[in-house]
Design a protein around this ligand. Structure first.
Ligand SMILES: Nc1nc2c(ncn2[C@@H]2O[C@H](COP(=O)(O)OP(=O)(O)OP(=O)(O)O)[C@@H](O)[C@H]2O)c(=O)[nH]1
Ligand SMILES: [Zn+2]
Length: 209
């Protein structure tokens, strides 16, 4: 438990039940993972987890809880650090031969792709990442991490070493019942385009950068 009292977890989050659908091999540039497909029971929204090695032996599992970022993860955007973080997490898991990536389809911190594009448009006009969401009448962070807990529990993972710079993610996961035994920073992908964005994440969202 590395909960820091000054960091408040997000409000008690709704339980989003998931069901496991299928699992396959996923050979990647960073080794072979198993890819597990899940669906939310209520909506059918899909999510995946990538795992490597034996993760159900009760030992803490090196884990990344990654939120979908189409622009950063797939389109090589330099507006954020998501793509390099995902890559670094996969590399770290390969180096250990054991770990888990929960890939949540909660694009744009949960506001969805189109709203993220709207928010980027406002950021092009001078707002920061927080101000843009507020100006759109949207939550700054609408993600639900109970979902991640449910996926981890399906995989028999209860104790994790979490790769993140976001202390609120640690606190929120702990509030869901996941034991975060340690945090590993993921400071990669800095560039001229995302300098200001990362500064805002540090100043307004408490990220440890
Ligand atoms: N609404 C909004 N979402 C963004 C923006 N930039 C990145 N995102 C989304 O933010 C999510 C990633 O969250 P981050 O705040 O970058 O990082 P984090 O997951 O909280 O913390 P780390 O574990 O350290 O990566 C992804 O879903 C991205 O699509 C933005 O300017 N506006
Ligand atoms: Zn991103």
């Amino acid at each position: 438990m590395i909960y820091q009292p000054e960091i408040k977890p997000a409000n008690i989050q709704a339980n989003i039940e998931v069901k496991h659908i299928a699992t396959c091999r996923l050979p990647t540039e960073w080794g072979e993972f198993q890819m597990h497909g899940f669906e939310e029971v209520a909506t059918g929204q899909d999510h995946v987890a990538l795992t490597m090695g034996d993760i159900d032996d009760g030992e803490p599992v090196l884990t990344r809880v990654h939120s979908e970022c189409l622009t950063g993860d797939a389109l090589f955007s330099q507006r954020c650090d998501c793509g390099p973080q995902l890559q670094a997490a996969m590399q770290a898991i390969q180096a250990k031969g054991r770990g888990c990536i929960v890939y949540l389809r909660q694009e744009g911190r949960g506001i969805g792709l189109i709203n993220k594009i709207r928010a980027y448009q406002l950021q092009d006009q001078g707002m920061d990442t927080v101000e843009a969401n507020v100006a759109l009448g949207l939550p700054v962070d609408a993600r639900n991490f109970v979902l991640a807990r449910n996926i981890l529990h399906y995989l028999h993972v209860t104790d994790i070493v979490l790769m993140t710079n976001n202390p609120q993610k640690v606190a929120t996961l702990e509030a869901t019942g996941i034991e975060v035994v340690a945090r590993e920073p993921l400071i990669v992908g800095l560039n001229k385009e995302n300098e200001q964005y990362l500064q805002t994440k540090h100043d307004k969202l408490g990220h440890m950068l």
